[in-house]
Design a protein around this ligand. Structure first.
Ligand code: 15L
Length: 272
């Protein structure tokens, strides 16, 4: 039987990196974005939808026959409030309502570390800061991710959807500075994490950090491991190249000690 997985925000950074990594025998990826995703390559099991996550009719149609939704769509950094409110908060509501109406069993939500950006390294207990630590958003963007998590919780409790909200660190091909050495989520680990979310056994609402097995991490891996996410990559292989002689220095100043880094200091409501 074919499994159809809808990915919103499929033309964004993570969406593009996941396209080949989530391809599986017996799976169709339905790729949706306001920016039209690339047409399928020969033999690629993908369907393309050009639409906004705020478009209720389009989202309803997109959810038809879908087993799981991976919701990556929306604005991915600080921006004026109106846009955040519409794309990230209302967009998530529209996605969840469409999923519920279509009988979709699972939804994975791309939350962010910026829902908890004001935690500092010293706040972390042994084993790492729990993934479901109380929100401490660092921006309006972070607030929208807190709202996203709240909507996920609501749709689990009301309608029984299986919802996993991922507090994603920094999902890029490679880390680029001291902070990203502990926030890094390698693209391969991101795919492993999403596969774990697609294979959970009991419907629940859960929050999980999206990071790799980085030597410098201070966020807990326990919640991910509980659903079978066992990250394999470690950013430490880049540390010498990135930090040179400063490789063993402690993180300096609040920008390097706060989870959200520069997001904690950017002007609220202004494009970053
Ligand atoms: C995020 O939430 C952003 O979407 C991404 O672009 C990065 O800035 C990341 O956080 C990060 O904290 O590195």
């Amino acid at each position: 039987m074919t499994q159809t997985v809808l990915i919103t925000g499929a033309s964004g950074g993570i969406g593009r990196m996941m396209r080949s990594r989530l391809a599986r025998e017996g799976r169709v990826l339905r790729l949706l974005d306001v920016v039209r995703p690339e047409d399928p390559a020969e033999g690629e099991a993908v369907e393309i939808i050009e639409a906004s996550v705020t478009d209720e009719a389009a989202m309803r149609a997109a959810c038809e026959g879908v087993e799981a939704v991976i919701h990556l769509g929306g604005i991915s950094r600080e921006a004026p409030w109106d846009g955040i409110l519409s794309a990230n908060i209302d967009g998530t509501r529209v996605v969840l309502e469409a999923a519920r109406d279509a009988g979709v069993a699972r939804v994975v939500l791309a939350s962010s570390n910026h829902a908890a950006g004001f935690y500092e390294i010293d706040d972390a207990p042994e084993g790492g800061l729990p993934a479901d630590s109380l929100p401490r958003p660092d921006t309006y963007y972070g607030v929208s991710k807190v709202a996203m998590e709240a909507l996920g919780s609501l749709f689990h409790d009301r309608y029984g959807l299986d919802v996993t909200a991922l507090r994603i660190g920094s999902c890029f091909e490679r880390p680029w500075d001291r902070r990203s050495l502990w926030t890094w989520l390698s693209p391969d680990d991101c795919a492993r994490l999403l596969e774990a979310c697609l294979a959970t056994s009991e419907p629940a609402f859960r929050v999980v950090w999206g990071i790799s097995r980085n030597t410098r991490r201070w966020w807990s891996l326990a919640e991910g491991e509980a659903i079978g996410y066992h990250p394999q990559d470690d950013s430490e292989i880049y540390a010498a190249e990135l930090l040179g002689d400063a490789i063993d220095e402690e993180p300096q100043g609040r920008e390097e000690r706060l989870a959200g880094g520069t997001f904690c200091f950017t002007t609220l409501g202004e494009h970053m």
